[in-house]
Design a protein around this ligand. Sequence first.
Ligand code: ATR
Length: 290
Amino acid sequence: MSETDKTKRAETKRVCVMGWPVEHSRSPLIHNYWIEKYGIENAVYEKRAVKPEEAEETIRNLNDLGYIGANVTVPHKETAYQVLPRRDRMASRIGAVNTIVTTEDGLEGRNTDGYGFIANLKEGAPDWDRSKPAVVLGAGGAARAVIAALWEEGVNEVRLVNRTKLRAEKLAADLSLPVLVIDWENRNAALPGAGLLVNTTSLGMEGNDPLDLDISKLPAEAVVTDIVYSPLITPLLEAARKQGLKTVDGLGMLLHQAVPGFEAWFGVHPEVTDELRRLILKDMGIEEET
Ligand code: ATR
């Protein structure tokens, strides 16, 4: 490498999203849109396909590989949590890392999924009533982030419904939060009195079965949100709309979770705009809002 190339590499703010597979990731679209919009010079955001057996080494050697930071996606979020000695509060609580930044003390693992969820909810339903119980369906990684964020937001009753009850109980124990675990068979009974319903299961996603839930038991002021964003309007959101309930789709969570990483790497707090939303929708083959 020539001296000029070395200097150029040192000056380049290089960030990647690592996953396996990573092809489907829309993070480069989001970050490259902001890099251009804010005129960030010498910034590169790229996809990096990292096999599971390479994940630990790639994360440890991120700086030596020329990166100032990274996003981490499936299946490496838990590995990143285990490998990185420093983590922020949310990552520690959730047990998974989706954003890595370089700090004065070295690499730090953060989790911005919960931030993204709440920011999207606040944008779509600013007057959502957090004094009422929230019902969360699903107990995977996304549910962990959602529940941790709801607690930080002041919701003090979470009803967690999952097909595999043991997984829900483990989630409640790991988060050390007083989460009420409800059997999947009794999911309809979890709805009366709720202020918020969140679907974090893969039900309703393109190619999957729809969620079988009788939402007529939800109060008229309840807000319904789905973290599935393909289709944008899931059968659950469709049914909620028909019932006159306020709904928030899942695309905003994807967009908002990217904000803290971009700010940490490039020093600009980026805006989630309609233009950005349209860009991602276009990539999904949706030209107009439904
Ligand atoms: P993520 O990390 O993105 O949240 P995940 O770990 O695969 O994804 O979790 C998917 C969630 O959808 C789980 O709660 C799963 O329930 P189990 O814990 O019982 O597996 C839920 N899920 C997937 N298919 C389902 C189905 N057919 N019926 C009910 N729940 C389902």
